[in-house]
Design a protein around this ligand. Sequence first.
Ligand SMILES: NC(=O)c1ccc[n+]([C@@H]2O[C@H](COP(=O)([O-])OP(=O)(O)OC[C@H]3O[C@@H](n4cnc5c(N)ncnc54)[C@H](O)[C@@H]3O)[C@@H](O)[C@H]2O)c1
Length: 376
Amino acid sequence: MKVGIPTETVAGERRVAMVPAVAPSLLSAGVELAVQSGAGARAGFPDGAYRDAGLSVAGSAAEALGAEVVVKVHGPSPEEARSLTEGSTLIALFSPGRSLDTVRVLAERKVTAFSLELLPRITRAQSMDALSSQATVAGYRGVLMAADRLPRFFPMFMTAAGTVPPAKVLILGAGVAGLQAVATARRLGAQVQAYDVRAAAKGEVESLGARFVDLRLETAEGTGGYAAEQAEEQQRRQRDALAPVVADVDVVVTTAQIPGRPAPVLLTGEMVAGMKPGSVVIDLASDTGGNVDISQPGQEIDHHGVTVVGVTLPASGLPTHASQLYACNIANLLGLMLADGKLAPDWDDEILATTCVTRDGDVPHEPTRLLLENPS
Ligand SMILES: NC(=O)c1ccc[n+]([C@@H]2O[C@H](COP(=O)([O-])OP(=O)(O)OC[C@H]3O[C@@H](n4cnc5c(N)ncnc54)[C@H](O)[C@@H]3O)[C@@H](O)[C@H]2O)c1
């Protein structure tokens, strides 16, 4: 059985779904791997490194996409989905609700498609949790981007030339990316505070040595450990309560997300304009609409002297390790389905059943099926 690894085609994407160091675990399970020539180049993995690890190098996208199993970072475009072999299997990290044209093609071609975004957050699935691995990269990188742009030190310095107080950093959203951002900013010596709508986040923020910002507002707990979307009035109260906290810090890194929904707006242009000149805002939610209403996806702007960066594909900015962690997630999910080098998925397994978007021409993922039946 051949597993194809095509080059990612989303503009600016540098990651690749399999790396040479992870491939041997799949090769020893009896599968062949074929990586498209150049697929790993932007992540620091040349074709030769794949050949040395025992993979073959496919000369074209069609060859990689035509394999029995295809692994990708992003879900395929409708055109790429048309190139998949009928009845093949696809594993990628995509939101099916925002890729309905692709899902239609996948169903037509009877592709068994798994989206890692749907993976249940259960202990057994942790080694396959690509949302977490990529969020870890994003949170780390967001803080480094802020430190690089801030015209001041992060740590406190006591020197013969005077004492420098530590930078004040506020992290909004304390899930996987936010907690990594807290830890990274702490390691750089900043004075860190964080806020989240989920009550459980308080203890997690404090366990990293940061201060939890208590806005004295109602929490918004959703299912599966995620936040629930708030009504516009609740969001407005949240922004009003956050405004004085934001005005007092040098850096804000936003990481707030609601699964399957646009990101909540936590900062307005007015709140940003209230920060000190030279301050930095890093919006890590740009790919889903942004947490800052004036941030521009993929751009760095100056808003009344404050640098605002709308970071797209945040994990792609650290492509070597983002790809390595992602490849491990893929190998673990694929490993769950393999028996004697062939695919033998156990459809009673919660992990596979929950993650499956299309199968045998059907769309077992109910929210996606409902969207396809009633496109609004
Ligand atoms: N058990 C596991 O295997 C496992 C693995 C990973 C994550 N988790 C848990 O899943 C949960 C979600 O993690 P995630 O990082 O994927 O979440 P996410 O990416 O969906 O959201 C990021 C954070 O934004 C927060 N948020 C949403 N709206 C907000 C608002 N208006 N204001 C402030 N914050 C807001 C969320 O509460 C979340 O903490 C967390 O509790 C995490 O600990 C569990």
